[in-house]
Design a protein around this ligand. Structure first.
Ligand code: FE2
Ligand code: FE2
Length: 272
């Protein structure tokens, strides 16, 4: 039996004009891998969209620098303060001295438990707020599902790229950059796993109200969905992904792993 580790190395890849996913991959046995992406919009006023995970700080800065000159970065859009999105925020602010941080009051407050975000570099954006960044406008959007109350997604009006944050999270069996490479059942199962993990409160949703919000987001002229925890989603898979979200109010909760599972894994590991 081979003990070779899978190659999880991924390099930045372009998903639209001026727009690059900065990928990283987290092993999540026994369900496979989870993408842990951030994004760079390399327009007239370049934007970093989220700042990656602290466990990959060096790799993240190297990958970002490979697609944009950090001195040119004018904006850092922080979707929310979870560690996989804000983990390199201070490093990013230091490395990008000309960048303004697009965030919100609650997010800054929550981060104060660990660091003081420089308020003179902040600009607050709430749901529906528009920021003109020279050659395009970006819009802050409350995404359909989220695992942190401060969350704002981003819509780029010029390219039609929608940064969905934790919405459309999925596991995958191997590192992938495009959801089109997932088989139909793997795409469906992944979306339903990720949706239920992120939105553990889904059984209490009012189906009508939730689906109206899903529709409001879907009505944006979205051409490409990029998200922190999904390979890029395009074409018919976008409609499919929104359709799967609409199932959240009515499907059973995901059965969580138990202490018995943990003991089984530990026993298997100790026996080699
Ligand atoms: Fe999150
Ligand atoms: Fe996340």
């Amino acid at each position: 039996m081979s003990t070779a580790q899978p190659d999880l190395t991924m390099t930045p890849y372009q998903v639209a004009d001026d727009t690059f996913v900065i990928p990283w991959v987290l092993e999540a046995p026994p369900v496979g891998l989870f993408p842990m992406n951030s994004l760079v919009i390399r327009g007239k006023q370049p934007v970093l969209v989220d700042t990656g995970s602290p466990a990959d700080r060096e790799g993240w800065l190297k990958n970002v620098s490979s697609v944009v000159d950090l001195d040119d970065v004018r904006w850092i859009f922080l979707s929310h303060d979870d560690r996989d999105h804000s983990g390199n925020l201070l490093a990013a602010l230091e490395a990008c001295p000309n960048a303004t941080l697009l965030t919100n009051w609650f997010s800054v407050g929550r981060m104060f438990e660990e660091w003081a975000t420089p308020l003179d570099r902040c600009r607050f954006v709430n749901d529906g707020d528009v920021v003109d960044i020279g050659d395009r406008r970006i819009v802050a959007i409350r995404p359909p599902v989220f695992d942190n109350p401060t969350t704002r997604a981003l819509f780029d009006e010029r390219t039609g790229v929608f940064w969905s944050v934790d919405t459309f999270a999925t596991n995958m069996r191997e590192p992938l950059s495009d959801s089109a490479d997932l088989a139909e059942d793997a795409f469906r199962d992944g979306q339903l796993l990720g949706g239920r993990l992120v939105a553990a409160w889904h059984p209490w949703l009012d189906e009508g109200k939730f689906c109206a919000h899903v529709q409001k987001v879907q009505d944006l002229p979205i051409k490409v969905v990029a998200g922190c925890h999904t390979p890029v989603i395009r074409g018919p898979r976008i409609e499919e992904a929104f359709g799967l979200l609409r199932q959240l109010p009515v499907i059973e909760p995901w059965p969580e792993f138990t202490q018995q599972d943990l003991e089984g894994w530990m026993a298997a590991m100790s026996s080699g």
